[in-house]
Design a protein around this ligand. Structure first.
Ligand SMILES: Cc1cc2nc3c(=O)[nH]c(=O)nc-3n(C[C@H](O)[C@H](O)[C@H](O)COP(=O)(O)O)c2cc1C
Length: 415
């Protein structure tokens, strides 16, 4: 007779915070630290989350509606809830990495954002059936960027996400985790004390016969014969990025135009917009969508919480393009607040990484389910039947909450 272990933990979790705690216990310290991320003082990373707590609800006591609909359309794609997978370039969380996340996105009816620095090639990710948007940084020569766009289009990417909000300000007051150049035997032996205490994490990799991959397969060079060369290491790829001249607005328009030609007019999103003037320039450059974002607090520390910038930006350009937001989403009510303030949908980063670390594909599905049920509860309490009925006046928003960065100055000052 098989005796069940009575202390075995139920792998289901009820909140993203519980998933994070499981991830913290499960992952080696440097891997967990790489997901916590943040830059400098960590002020933006933290306020992305805490700003949501300043917004409140005014629920009804009766008169709630029995059917509540979360479906919406983003960049031409119908999604079953207004939550998308934001691209994150993280290795070593789980052996199936982005492939597990993509399976979960497909199973839950949403879109998958795949990072330039992902550990799995786009072909494998698209093969899961997930509707995939490929993310690119401004890195490398133009012909190399064109090759990468072509590869993504050939693989079946449904859109491109250009992430340009990166200023290489990485110093963290709490110190950065060590990322080895290459995961070879020597490195494994050196890092053994940090990973030996995490047998469950090691066991997952042991079962697949793989060790965590620290290369960027989607940045592999194409040879003259069209074949892909070896994937660069994480540091090789980072060096190319650091040494690329930063893009101008003409470059953004160029990238958008090239992607339109290569892909047959598939959508282009500019991720990382914080200012109204930049949002307008993005519209002029021809983008179909933007994400209001401070890169999860990993870019310039001191940038306001993403949620504070949503309403001013969506009011300015929301009637011309899809305005999304990302940063600090940990519960369904956060999604509802963002949508009420004008975001068409949100993208999540760390939330699904905690789910992935805690329980692989099922963990990511669990996170999406937690968000879906939280959205449903908030709609129910507010007496609404659809996310399309949300508006700012249904929230309790403190005065001075919003940050209208780059707003045009009034031409005439009132006396
Ligand atoms: C560990 C980590 C790696 C990330 N890597 C990328 C990346 O490769 N490309 C990108 O566009 N954004 C990247 N991001 C930013 C996310 O796409 C997203 O903007 C951010 O995580 C949203 O904040 P949240 O984590 O609070 O949800 C990364 C974020 C984290 C935490």
């Amino acid at each position: 007779m098989k005796i069940e272990n009575p202390w075995k933990q139920n792998p289901w979790f009820e909140s993203v915070a519980v998933a994070q705690e499981r991830a913290r216990r499960r992952l080696p310290r440097p891997v967990y630290g790489a997901l916590v991320a943040g830059s400098e003082r960590g002020q933006s990373a933290q306020s992305n989350q805490t700003a949501f707590a300043e917004i409140g609800f005014a629920p009804h006591v009766a008169g709630q509606l029995p059917d509540r609909d979360q479906r919406t359309t983003v960049m031409g794609q119908e999604v079953s809830l207004p939550v998308l997978i934001s691209p994150t370039g993280v290795q070593a969380v789980h052996p199936e990495g982005e492939v597990a996340v993509a399976h979960a996105a497909a199973a839950r009816g949403t879109l998958m954002g795949l990072s330039n620095f992902a550990s799995k090639p786009i072909e494998e990710v698209v093969a899961t059936g997930a509707r995939t948007f490929f993310q690119m940084y401004w890195t490398g020569e133009r012909d190399v960027m064109l090759q990468r766009m072509q590869r993504a289009a050939d693989a079946g990417a449904l859109g491109l996400i250009a992430t340009l909000d990166w200023s290489f300000s990485m110093g963290r007051d709490w110190g950065s985790p060590e990322i080895p150049e290459k995961v070879d035997l020597k490195t494994m032996v050196r890092m053994a004390p940090k990973v030996a205490t995490k047998p469950r994490w090691l066991y997952q990799f042991g079962r697949t016969g793989q060790i965590p991959d620290l290369t960027a397969p989607n940045l592999a060079p194409s040879g003259a014969d069209g074949r892909l060369g070896p994937a660069p290491t994480f540091f090789g790829a980072y060096y190319e990025w650091m040494t690329t001249t930063p893009p101008s607005w003409e470059d953004v328009a160029w990238m958008r135009e090239q992607w339109a030609q290569i892909s047959g007019e598939k959508p282009f999103m500019l991720k990382g917009v914080c200012r109204i003037d930049d949002a307008r320039r993005a519209v002029d450059a021809g983008v179909q969508a933007i994400s209001v974002s401070n890169h999860g607090g990993n870019n310039l520390d001191g940038t306001p919480a993403a949620i504070r910038m949503v309403h001013p930006i969506s009011s300015a350009v929301g009637d011309q393009i899809d305005v999304l937001m990302d940063g600090g989403i940990r519960r369904g009510s956060d999604v509802v607040k963002a949508v009420a303030l004008g975001a068409k949908a949100v993208m999540i980063g760390r939330a699904y990484l905690w789910g992935l670390a805690a329980n692989g594909q099922a963990g990511v599905e669990n996170v999406l389910d937690v968000l879906r049920s939280g959205i449903d509860s908030a709609l129910m309490g507010m007496g609404l039947s659809s996310v399309h009925e949300l508006s700012p006046d249904q929230l309790l928003v403190p005065p001075d909450f919003h940050r209208a960065l780059g707003a045009p100055r009034p031409a005439v000052l009132e006396a």
